[in-house]
Design a protein around this ligand. Structure first.
Ligand SMILES: Cc1cc2nc3c(=O)[nH]c(=O)nc-3n(C[C@H](O)[C@H](O)[C@H](O)COP(=O)(O)OP(=O)(O)OC[C@H]3O[C@@H](n4cnc5c(N)ncnc54)[C@H](O)[C@@H]3O)c2cc1C
Length: 471
């Protein structure tokens, strides 16, 4: 009996052990299959990698954003079976900011680190070389890019993709007294500013309406509207319960737009839906006025009105990277390096320009707009044309921008979208926004982390922590 019981106990334990081993083994196998699926085969093992300088044809891509990423990646894919084309990317940062999700940092929808996609690893795996270096100059005669510290990089073909920076249009005080969205850290600064003002106001109540609790976003394009919606989300979803002695009715958020309507890039019906949604949240939209001066405690408008505020966010325009001015290139200050329809820079042999820093014709007088989707399409065409030029193939491709649509998110539960002529808004549109942009993240790890941020956002109220020494 004892021995039977013992055997059945042993058998039971064994079965349990086998089941646990099966589950653990199965999970490990699934994880490893998944990891292998997520981790693409590298073009070279590290010890096989040919130094960039030894390739017969050297393509240098300057910049680390959407345009650059796609150009370098497409070139590596196209030359996977070839050993004569080397690709080097130099960029000021060693990450690739996923701009469409940057406003989400303000409202704590996503963690800042999760939308900074690594550049080095995917490029090395694709077969390119990478150096974190800032382009300082180009010697077009010798075909050399000079980076910080005088470091020189040779090229046969140079693709310039240095992006854009905020344009203050010479409005007095903007540079000194406003926050602008020019990088990832700027979004964190805006988030910190909002929390800081709440901390100050709770320590010492001030006049009403309180300029410390008044937030003015100048610029009613997609970036401005998304920023205002995220400030609203931060205030009303994260801060409200933590600051019981602040009357949230006293918190004011303004959007100032020079044109007659916000979201000029969208269909008029969607503009109206977005305006109504902002109004329903108490965000005050003032259109048809320009900010003429920004001071430490006030914004002056050209209709004579003044808004007392200590918090101005400037999203009213961008200009091509100022560095381009030093490079002796054909340039317009507002639109960037002038290129032909093949993306070539005139009178500069082997030089191409793409992305926000290039003025790309799209028929008639108009230029391709500075958007991520355009930059990605330009990157692909630039890669194909550079390769055609290397192969002395005359059939260069003309760049033709194919807009796929516009997606604008107003906080996590509402968006206004136009996709291939179909217009929709609301919660479904917000889900669509998220699905599209999640799929556009290049790094599987960042994709998983952003998805986790969003899921956690459904379960927990965001923490109103302000790490003051970070920015
Ligand atoms: C807040 C915000 C939200 C946006 N949302 C959307 C959206 O939803 N959809 C959309 O289509 N577009 C969106 N855009 C626009 C889109 O992000 C840009 O059009 C796109 O990033 C342009 O790509 P790019 O490669 O030209 O420039 P960027 O992506 O800005 O990349 C430029 C790169 O060059 C590097 N660099 C700069 N100077 C140097 C130097 N001297 N040496 C070396 N490297 C240098 C920078 O570090 C950066 O990596 C948004 C923009 C902003 C600001």
């Amino acid at each position: 009996m004892r021995s039977r019981v013992g055997r059945s106990e042993i058998g039971g334990s064994f079965n349990q052990l086998a089941r646990i081993s099966l589950v653990v083994g199965g999970t490990a196998a699934a994880v490893s299959v998944l990891r292998r699926a997520l981790k693409p085969r590298t073009r070279y093992a590290p010890w096989e990698k040919v130094p960039y300088g030894e390739f017969p044809h050297k393509v240098l891509v300057a910049g680390g954003g959407f345009a650059r990423y796609m150009a370098a990646k497409a070139l590596c894919d196209l030359t996977e079976e070839r050993d004569d084309v080397g690709v080097l990317v130099i960029s000021r940062e060693n990450y690739f900011a996923f701009w469409p999700m940057v406003p989400g940092i303000i409202g704590s929808e996503v963690d800042i680190g999760n939308i900074a996609q690594p550049l080095r690893r995917p490029l090395i795996e694709a077969g390119a070389s990478f150096r974190r270096a800032e382009l300082k100059d180009v010697d077009f005669e010798r075909k050399i890019v000079v980076a910080e510290g005088g470091k020189e990089f040779p090229y046969d073909h140079l693709i310039l993709a240095l992006g854009s920076q905020p344009n203050f249009f010479g409005v007095p005080g903007v540079k000194e007294h406003s926050l602008a969205l020019g990088g990832l850290a700027d979004a964190l600064k805006i988030r910190n500013r909002v929390i800081e003002r709440f901390e100050q106001a709770t320590l010492e109540p001030g006049e009403l309406p309180d300029p410390r609790l008044t937030f003015v976003v100048i610029g009613g394009g997609a970036t401005g509207v998304e920023t205002a919606a995220e400030i609203h989300a931060l205030v009303h979803e994260a801060l409200t319960p933590d600051f019981p002695n602040i009357d949230m009715e006293e918190v004011r958020i303004f959007v100032i737009e020079a044109r007659q309507e916000i979201l000029g890039e969208l269909d008029p019906a969607l503009r109206r839906v977005a305006s109504m949604e902002l109004a329903a949240r108490g965000i005050k939209v003032i259109t048809g006025v320009r900010a003429t001066k920004v001071m430490a405690d006030c914004v002056k408008l050209d209709n004579g009105r003044e808004i007392r505020t200590e918090n101005v966010v400037w999203t009213a325009g961008i200009r091509p990277n100022a560095k381009l001015k030093d490079l002796n290139l054909p340039l317009t200050e507002h639109d960037g390096v002038i290129v032909d329809e093949h993306l070539r820079v005139a009178d500069r042999s082997g030089v191409w320009a793409i992305g926000d820093s290039a003025a790309i014709p799209q028929g008639g007088e108009s230029l391709v707009p500075p958007t991520a989707q355009a930059a990605v399409q330009e990157g692909r065409v630039a890669a194909r044309n550079v390769l055609a030029a290397i192969d002395e193939d005359d059939g260069l491709e003309k760049f033709q921008y194919r807009p796929l649509g516009q997606l604008v998110e107003l906080g996590s539960r509402f968006a206004v979208n136009e996709v291939m002529g179909v217009r929709f808004s609301g919660f479904t549109a917000a889900l669509f926004w998220r699905a599209v942009y999640l799929s556009k993240l290049e790094s599987p790890q960042n994709r998983a982390r952003v998805a986790a941020d969003w899921i956690l956002g459904l379960l927990f109220r965001p923490a109103a922590t302000e790490i003051r020494d970070l920015v």
